[in-house]
Design a protein around this ligand. Structure first.
Ligand code: HPA
Length: 246
């Protein structure tokens, strides 16, 4: 049977309706995960929750121990991950508070510990990463949103930047020319590490703001918080629907 984990990002540090049965702090060969894993159930379905930026929310995107997080989830028997991520919107459909289930990634991050294949084991493995997100999980998320009439984009290219600063307007223009619809800071190496450990992985991206230069003026944290609050209400509904139907 599959076991689901939800990794919550900015705006989702806990899950309403989660009946917590235990918390489990783990040490892994790659260090300590962002926070103790929260074990529990929603509607009778067992899930594991992890706050990606720690609890309290203080770990910046480039300092997150992605390897420990994914390794720890594997140790707990997790076979599927839904990653919730706040993003900036680049293309016109990706307005603040909108939700997208991305289907592709371009990785602009650097200097992160990004693989379990460190060259110390006997086999050299190159994982296939043609389709970074799991097709079936994406289809189930899309189905769950349709059931609740939540308007979403059913695909999109997620560009992962290094952060923690936001981008320049020129960087966002370049990303748009590259084909990116969304910009975030935590999608990689999380997605490829999950793939390395054979964990099915999909992302719910919640637009917090227009990417730099896509709206008048500068990006404010108050704006981000306001849109995220609205977007997260839909994410919560989508997750509940996913757990009950799909
Ligand atoms: N850029 C990168 N990451 C983000 C943004 C953004 O504009 N908004 C939320 N996460």
């Amino acid at each position: 049977m599959s076991k689901l984990a939800i990794i919550g990002g900015t705006g989702l540090s806990q899950i309403n309706g989660l009946m917590i049965t235990a918390t489990q702090a783990l040490k892994t060969p790659f260090g300590t995960p962002s926070a103790p894993f929260v074990l529990g159930s929603i509607n009778g379905k067992e899930i594991v929750f992890l706050a990606r930026h720690g609890n309290p929310h203080i770990i910046p995107p480039h300092k997150i121990n992605y390897r420990a997080n994914i390794w720890g989830l594997k140790e707990l028997g997790v076979s599927e991950i839904i990653a919730v991520a706040a993003v900036g919107g680049i293309t016109s459909a990706m307005a603040p508070a909108h939700i997208a289930i991305p289907d592709q990634i371009i990785d602009y991050s650097y200097g992160r510990e990004h693989t379990f294949f460190t060259g110390e084991s006997e086999t050299l493995t190159h994982i296939d990463f043609t389709f970074p997100y799991n097709k079936q999980m994406r289809a189930r998320l899309i189905q769950a949103s349709a059931k609740q009439n939540i308007a979403i984009s059913t695909k999109g290219i997620y560009g992962c930047t290094q952060g923690p600063r936001l981008e320049t307007a020129a960087e966002i223009n370049r990303m748009e020319r590259d084909g990116c619809d969304l910009v975030g800071m935590t999608g990689m190496p999380e997605a490829s590490l999950a793939k390395e450990l054979n964990i099915d992985y999909a992302t719910i991206a919640v637009v917090a703001n227009w990417g730099a230069g896509k709206s008048a003026g500068e990006i404010s944290m108050t704006e981000i918080e306001r849109h995220l609050e609205k977007g997260m209400t839909n994410v919560a509904q989508l997750l509940t629907s996913f757990l009950s139907c799909c």
